[in-house]
Design a protein around this ligand. Structure first.
Ligand code: ATP
Ligand code: MG
Length: 560
């Protein structure tokens, strides 16, 4: 299995640090802010952090919620995040932490910094703070409150904590350097006053630590040895280190890596939140969403997502992975796991004139030819069937090999049939029904005289079929790299045809027993699964198309 484990520069550092004895054990953490659901980019980070813990006996990975912004965070998000990580197959045991559990400790750190003359209460308003911060080309200006005495600062901070001041009236800032070329070092805000209750601490705290103050110190409190984050935090590292050095606490090593993106989709919780809030999708777990919960509902397996993350390498550059690779990982897995079934999405009635009325026979079909242990099932066959409208053409073009007047084709698992007549609606001229004959000697799909047919089509028995709604999903965005910069609205990059609903699909009766979470291949059509939200009732089945059968990734790989 060793060669299956991805090597990347971070895993190399971890390996080196263990080999050199720099660390006897390794601690990583996955630190979501509970302000949205996890997406495929987060999955990459989860696979990296928890993966390192799985791959090294002396390594563990914490789950820590960086819940420092109560106005955007809530318990729904906390629970959804936990469910998704578990579903991916990772385990944090008892190591479930919250930055909010450290609020008291962090407050203590703030007091220490004030006492050292390294933090002060600033009473400029937000606007003034922004103006005095300077720009990339101009240094900032010291706040007129920068030289407040330690006593005054302590007294004010205490009052802030006691809820005696209005939001926006004061903030606590680190006293670093208003002319630092790194803007993060220009006396960053450590605490602000907010009158928003927190989903865990309720109304206990009228002041909340800023992410940059809380994040690195939370790593330190947990003695995280390798703090892995994405590149945009590279410029924040000096600040995290500054806090750690001033407070003389455990030093975590921060290592940045490039974010993983996915083609034909948009990530980042900010954008996904907009999709949800503007009702452009049905929710965080809409099957078109690149969220883990959306992908799960669409029918993705945890295995395929982990396999994808394994194949997408972690580097220092951001990386837009092709969605075709993700779908390839999915098909590879579903091909092994999915039971096969016959389903007709757009039914056309077909009557076999020489098949006895009221006769039913049961044709045997393998549940999964890729898996001998999957067993067989019996599919009812009778005089009246449904076939796919697309599998019949009255006046076909040259390369159409399926059913057409006078032609013989094979019915999957069944007989050869020949089309004798097309019945049309006298008014609309629409095709209503196909009349055929069958050859009783071709049971099992072969003719004793050795004659061949050019195609095999799927079908269901009309009297036995069950009805279902089928949802055909397409990519969220048609453009491989949707551009949402320059104030373009999100709606303009969305594929307007990302969902087609089919109300009257006909399925073989065994599908009545489907359960969500079990993939099914509708033969010739794709992989499907029962929708976990809208199929609560057995008489009202809804199936989602997880992915079609055609694998364009495998094709491009083999032609390269
Ligand atoms: P987003 O940009 O989507 O809002 P975020 O970074 O704000 O993501 P967090 O909840 O803070 O979301 O992320 C938790 C962890 O996941 C962080 O360590 C973050 O670096 C990592 N992460 C987020 N997005 C990606 C991505 N696209 N690829 C890899 N890791 C990511
Ligand atoms: Mg973040």
């Amino acid at each position: 299995m060793e060669d299956r484990i991805n090597r990347d520069f971070i895993r190399d550092i971890v390996k080196e640090d263990l080999a050199s004895g720099k660390h006897e054990s390794i601690t990583t953490r996955f630190p979501p802010e509970p302000n949205g659901y996890l997406h495929i980019g987060h999955a990459a980070s989860i696979c990296l952090n928890f993966g390192i813990a799985e791959e090294n006996d002396s390594a563990t990975c914490n789950l820590r919620f960086d819940d420092t912004n109560p106005s955007k965070e809530n318990t729904e998000f906390v629970e959804a995040i936990k469910e998704d990580i578990k579903w991916l197959g990772f385990n944090w045991d008892e190591r479930e932490y919250f930055a909010s559990d450290y609020f008291e400790k962090l407050y203590g750190f703030a007091v220490t910094l004030i006492e050292k003359g390294k933090a002060y209460v600033d009473s400029q308003n937000q606007e003034e703070i922004r103006e005095n911060r300077g720009t990339l080309t101009h240094p900032g200006n010291d706040s007129p409150y920068r030289s407040r005495s330690v006593q005054e600062n302590i007294a004010l901070l205490k009052e802030m904590r006691a809820g005696k001041h209005e939001p926006g009236s004061h903030v606590l800032r680190a006293k670093i350097d208003m002319s630092s070329p790194n803007l993060n070092m220009r006396d960053p805000v450590m605490y602000r006053i907010l009158d928003t209750p927190h989903h865990r601490t309720g109304n206990t705290w009228p002041i909340y630590p800023m992410y940059d103050f809380a994040h690195g110190l939370s790593d330190s409190i947990e003695e995280v040895t390798h703090s892995l984050c994405t590149m945009e935090y590279e410029d924040h590292r000096p600040l995290y280190d500054w806090f750690i050095n001033e407070l003389k606490v455990f030093k975590s090593r921060q290592i940045e890596f490039g974010k993983i993106f996915l083609s034909h989709t948009i990530l980042s919780k900010r954008n996904l939140t907009k999709l949800v809030e503007n009702n452009l999708v049905t929710g965080w777990n809409d099957p078109r969403m690149p969220t883990i919960s959306g992908m799960r509902r669409l029918g993705y397996s945890a295995h395929s997502i982990r396999e994808f993350c394994q194949r997408v390498s972690i580097t220092r550059r951001w990386n837009t992975a092709e969605i075709e690779l993700l779908e390839h990982c999915l098909r590879e897995d579903l091909n092994k796991k999915a039971h096969r079934a016959l389903a007709v999405l757009k039914p056309l009635k077909l009557v076999i004139e020489n098949y006895p009325e009221n006769q039913v026979e049961y044709l045997e079909a393998s549940n999964n030819p890729q898996d001998d242990s999957s067993g067989i099932r019996k599919i009812p066959f009778s005089r009246e069937l449904y076939i796919e409208q697309d599998d019949f053409m009255e006046t076909p073009p040259k390369r159409f090999f399926r059913l057409t007047p006078g032609r013989e084709v094979r019915l999957r698992y069944g007989y050869f049939i020949t089309c004798k007549e097309v019945i049309k609606d006298p008014v609309t001229n629409d095709i209503m029904e196909i009349r055929c004959t069958y050859d009783p000697d071709t049971r099992g799909g072969n003719a004793p005289d050795g004659r061949k047919v050019k195609s095999t089509i799927h079908w269901v028995s009309a009297n036995h079929a069950i009805d279902a709604e089928v949802r055909l999903y397409e990519r969220l965005c048609l453009d491989p790299e949707p551009d949402i910069s320059d104030g373009k609205n999100l709606e303009s990059v969305l594929n307007p045809n990302s969902l087609e609903v089919i109300n009257s699909a006909k399925l073989e009766p065994s599908l009545k027993e489907s359960t969500s979470g079990n993939p099914i291949q509708f033969e010739r059509l794709g992989y499907f699964c029962l929708d976990s939200e809208d199929s609560k009732d057995k008489d009202n089945l809804v199936f989602n198309r997880t992915v079609s059968l055609r694998d364009s990734w495998a094709k491009t790989q083999s032609s390269n």
